[in-house]
Design a protein around this ligand. Structure first.
Ligand SMILES: [Zn+2]
Length: 276
């Protein structure tokens, strides 16, 4: 006889069951296919205390279907009590995110939550967006960058240009306050962020600035969509960084550090060697 019951289980209980090889998949389930952005959104919604959703589990299912372990969970060594008939992608993504297995890692910046940021700002964009290193982040998705692009010299003064299609999300490279949103002939639509490190970060040629003057932004949070406004000969992002002492430094050196996973700030960055 088949009976259906519904009850609420804490996520930790279910994750433990996966770990203890008591909750598994029937072998006909397809492979885990979620992209990291979907996992990130799910983790953020759980952090806000929303339920993880519903699962359809079959008790004793391993007597009917051949079982296999959730991907990245310990290999089965007996018959699991439950098989996941529906909700497999969600459960696998949560298992991998909370157990630190799988190909991506997810982080919450607790300091930013303590400082009153919303979860959206405190979730480093990770694989779905910018790469975060301490209080610093790459200005565009890591996928759009490589070392030669990061090292490209600027035409006549220390700054950095990156050709990107109009509409590319641009992220704050450092935590700070938006002190100006500009729209002028030279920079076009752009903004200036006064960094917590005392540096000043200027972004130009946006299609649209997505933050307001006075707003506090976290490293890696989106601040604009790139464009081709102002004095620009093609769609690109222009970034320039002033040190706390007020001199233009080479963004190239800083970004190469962040790209390599090392935090570095403008007070120690070189001021020459990045112009052509
Ligand atoms: Zn430029």
């Amino acid at each position: 006889m088949i009976q259906f019951t519904s009850d609420q289980k804490p996520l930790t209980f279910l994750l433990d069951q996966v770990d203890n090889r008591d909750l598994a998949l029937p072998d006909f389930q397809r492979s885990f296919v979620w992209d990291p952005g979907a996992t990130r959104e799910l983790v953020a919604s759980i952090v806000r205390s929303f339920p993880a959703g519903t699962l359809l589990l079959m008790q004793g299912g391993a007597q009917v279907f051949a079982p296999r372990a959730v991907e990245e969970a310990p290999a089965l060594n007996g018959q699991p009590s439950f098989l996941i008939l529906d909700g497999q992608q969600r459960m696998t993504s949560l298992y991998q995110a909370f157990s630190g297995t799988g190909t991506h890692r997810y982080f919450l910046n607790l300091q930013e939550l303590i400082d009153g940021f919303d979860v959206d700002d405190a979730q480093p964009a990770g694989a779905a967006g910018s790469q975060i290193v301490g209080d610093y982040a790459l200005p565009v998705s890591r996928d759009l960058l490589n070392v030669p692009l990061l090292r490209r010299p600027h035409h006549d003064y220390p700054a950095w240009d990156l050709a990107v299609p109009i509409g590319t999300p641009v992220y704050a490279t450092h935590r700070g306050t938006v002190i100006a949103v500009t729209d002028d002939e030279r920079c076009g639509r752009g903004l200036v962020i006064a960094g917590l490190d005392g540096g000043r970060y200027t972004y130009c040629h946006a299609d649209a600035v997505t933050v307001a003057r006075g707003q506090v932004v976290a490293a890696g949070s989106q601040i604009m969509r790139s464009g081709n406004t102002g004095r620009s000969t093609g769609p690109h992002l222009h970034l320039q960084i002033h040190s706390p002492a007020g001199s233009l430094v080479c963004p190239q050196d800083l970004m190469e550090s962040w790209y390599a996973g090392r935090a570095a700030g403008p007070s120690t960055a070189p001021t020459t060697g990045c112009t052509s």
